[in-house]
Write a protein that binds this ligand. Sequence first.
Ligand code: B12
Length: 209
Amino acid sequence: MGYLKDIKDAIINGKYKEIEGMVSQLIKDGVDLKQLIDEGMIAAMDVVGEKFANSEIFVPEMLVSAVTMQKGLDLIKPLLKGEETKTRGTIVMCTVKGDIHDIGKNLVNMMLEGAGFKIIDLGVDLSVDQLMKQVKEIQPDILGLSALLTTSMPQMKKVIETLEHAGLRKTIKVMVGGAPVDKKFADAIGADGYGADAAEAVKLARTFV
Ligand code: B12
């Protein structure tokens, strides 16, 4: 399908001025939004990541691609609001200390919201202390942690240990995700679950509440 390639190319090439017009038109055309996100937008980010790893592009280009993708996602967000009327439970989400990659987290939030969860997004680069303060105040059912860097992953373990010390581990389910995270890591750090993508995050959250 031509439009998937067009969207993918637009994000890879950082066409942040054009993306909104393109996505708005596709929404009008009634395209499959899940396919648009998965095969157009996320696929683009994989290519961007490869190009960065091969030194074909650098941080500024990667950032422009990210901005482009987020602009597109912002248009899709209101359309993912689900039919659910009653709230399923409260989820606190953030990226861990040292990590500012938030597109995946934002996407997961969109889908969870669409599935009826109340999302409290604490943003990016949360220190364990900042996070604990919020968690104690909000008392969510679920805590979702996102990490895209192998160097920030150990922060997830720290958060879980700190929850344990604070006596909160039994009342809050912890789910983890992000490109370098996998089930093995999630099990090893004592998380309650791992989700590979936004759809899995929803399935997982549903098993918790
Ligand atoms: C865009 C991007 C950036 C942007 C981020 C902008 C933003 N607002 O997010 C910018 C330019 C800022 C950036 C900076 C850096 N980046 Co960068 N970046 C990327 C890139 C290309 C795409 C990430 C992305 O958005 N993917 C798309 C989303 C949708 O996927 P996702 O995040 O994986 O999320 C999905 C799942 O993982 C899951 N999920 C995510 N979170 C959660 C949470 C839960 C609870 C659950 C259940 C599921 C879940 O669901 C999501 C939806 O399907 C990746 C490459 C890649 N392919 O991942 C590199 C990449 C992650 N970056 C990398 C690096 C090295 C950096 C820098 C260190 C570069 C530098 N020298 O400065 C900095 C670090 C900044 C920091 N401190 O965080 C490396 C990491 C390598 C490593 N092994 O750690 C990568 C892999 C690129 C590469 N191939 O080398 N980056």
